[in-house]
Design a protein around this ligand. Structure first.
Ligand code: UD1
Length: 420
């Protein structure tokens, strides 16, 4: 297993180009199941989750070529509609094939994704919505078995809770359904908006893109022609490098970024006193004279993202005063707290609220990555910690950060990948 050795403290200086968004790329790859033509996707991040989903499509009979950040995926001749446990268990987002497979073939089986480190993460809302669209769903032997022999029918879906992959699944299901589907309380995340935009450009009528009410007119199982497109920049990767620059009091410029997707994050950095220069597709961060404490509550987009909670927790350990971070989306998403404490952070956890007293002097130690974003928080803390930090189990990071040690290397942080 690989681990990172990081010898801090370090200064950061230079430019980082932001990669394509993993969470946009995953539904867009699943969407190729709706296409009648081979689909060309560029700006894909080179991360494990993308390869996992391509492997899943391949196991269903799809063919693809992947060269660097560009893939061409052909799902014309699928031979199977069963997404098996061995792949689904490694990535929850595999559930994204459920809507497209069912709407295209009228039947499919997808393994239940099972538990995950940051909480229970059920898929009940996906299933309820598909049932409303006419699917007959049973759960048997760990599999979701879905049938709709006559195809899915448009319906009015009201999500009880905002769900990102749930919205993406139903948008894709609705694209080939018969008639009109309205989704109320839809996720407004830019990743969902891009999925809707690509479908619209492919001839599916989608209204309300970027709002909480989406209206989709389905093609009644007619496959669609999807033109080449490029994945939007990763706002979470961008936010992570912004926090890295802020914690190290460095001068770093992000390029290929969409600042309009980062408003809540940029707002909190400004509140903390971090000087930012924001341009159309670049953000420059400069050292803060004093890093101020902040209060954060994670919520759905456009509010502060749960995927940036861990990185801000690391940053708050260096702020002058007491910060609070409330996690509203996932009940168990604070496993990085005990690891940050090992480095010397002063954090108290009560329910879903973490109180951070800063600034704390951090010292290098052995720490363990517990999930994707928690892992990046440990890297940020290690950059300012004095001495050597070994971050173990970095396979979590490899799921979602493209060339992390290379990118940090370019801005002056030496992160060594070693094997244990
Ligand atoms: C997506 C993102 C993930 C991010 C999360 C929240 C991808 C691949 N992953 O995950 O990085 O942290 O959004 O922004 O895009 N819920 C239910 N029933 C359901 C579905 C969800 O109760 O059927 C609950 C979840 O337990 C959670 C909340 O709804 O409390 C939001 O989850 P959801 O938006 O579905 O997260 P994901 O789409 O899995």
């Amino acid at each position: 297993m690989d681990y990172f050795k990081i010898n801090g403290p370090m200064t950061l200086r230079g430019e980082v180009a932001v990669s394509g968004a993993k969470n946009a790329a995953l539904p867009l790859i699943a969407m190729t199941l709706l296409a009648k033509n081979p689909v060309e996707i560029s700006n894909l991040p080179e991360v494990v989750d993308i390869r996992t989903l391509l492997k899943l499509l391949h196991s269903l009979g799809a063919t693809f070529t992947l060269e660097g950040n560009r893939a061409v995926i052909d799902t014309c001749c699928l031979t199977d509609t069963k997404a098996t446990y061995d792949i689904v268990k490694t990535m929850r987002a595999s559930i994204l094939v459920l809507g497209p497979l069912l709407t295209r073939f009228g039947h499919c089986e997808v393994s239940l994704p099972g538990g995950c480190a940051i909480g229970q993460r059920p898929i009940d809302l996906h299933l309820k919505a598909l049932e409303q669209m006419g699917a007959d769903i049973t759960i048997q032997a760990g599999y979701v078995r879905a049938q709709a022999p006559e195809g899915l029918k448009g319906a009015h879906i009201i999500f009880d809770k905002i769900t990102v992959t749930g919205t993406a699944n139903i948008v894709m299901a609705a694209a080939l359904a018969k008639g009109k589907t309205t989704i109320t309380n839809a996720a407004r995340e830019p990743e969902v908006a891009q999925l809707c935009e690509v479908l619209r450009e492919s001839g599916v009528s989608v209204e309300g893109i970027g709002t909480s009410e989406l209206v989709i007119y389905g093609t009644d199982r007619r496959l669609i022609e999807i033109a080449p497109f490029s994945v939007i920049p990763d706002r979470i990767e961008a936010g992570t490098y912004l926090c890295a620059a802020a914690i190290a009091r460095g001068s770093v410029t992000l390029t290929q970024v969409r600042p309009e997707h980062l408003e809540a994050v940029l707002g909190k950095l400004e509140e903390m006193g971090v000087p930012l220069q924001v341009e159309k597709d670049r953000i420059a961060v400069h050292p803060a004279a004093v890093l101020k404490p902040v209060d954060i509550t994670t919520q759905e987009y456009p509010a502060f993202p749960t995927d940036m909670q861990a990185q801000f927790l690391a940053l708050c350990t260096q702020a002058e005063g007491t910060s609070t971070i409330e996690e509203r989306l996932f009940e168990n998403r604070f496993m990085h707290v005990s690891e940050l404490q090992r480095l010397g952070a002063d954090i108290t956890l009560k329910g879903n609220v973490a109180t951070v007293k800063g600034p704390s002097k951090l010292y290098g130690a052995d720490v363990m990555a517990t999930d994707l974003r928690a892992s990046s928080a440990l890297v940020l803390a290690a950059i300012v910690a004095e001495g050597e930090t070994d971050v173990h189990r970095i396979y979590h990071l490899d799921r979602g950060y493209e060339k992390l040690e290379e990118k940090f290397g370019k801005i002056g942080a030496k992160i060594e990948r070693l094997s244990e």
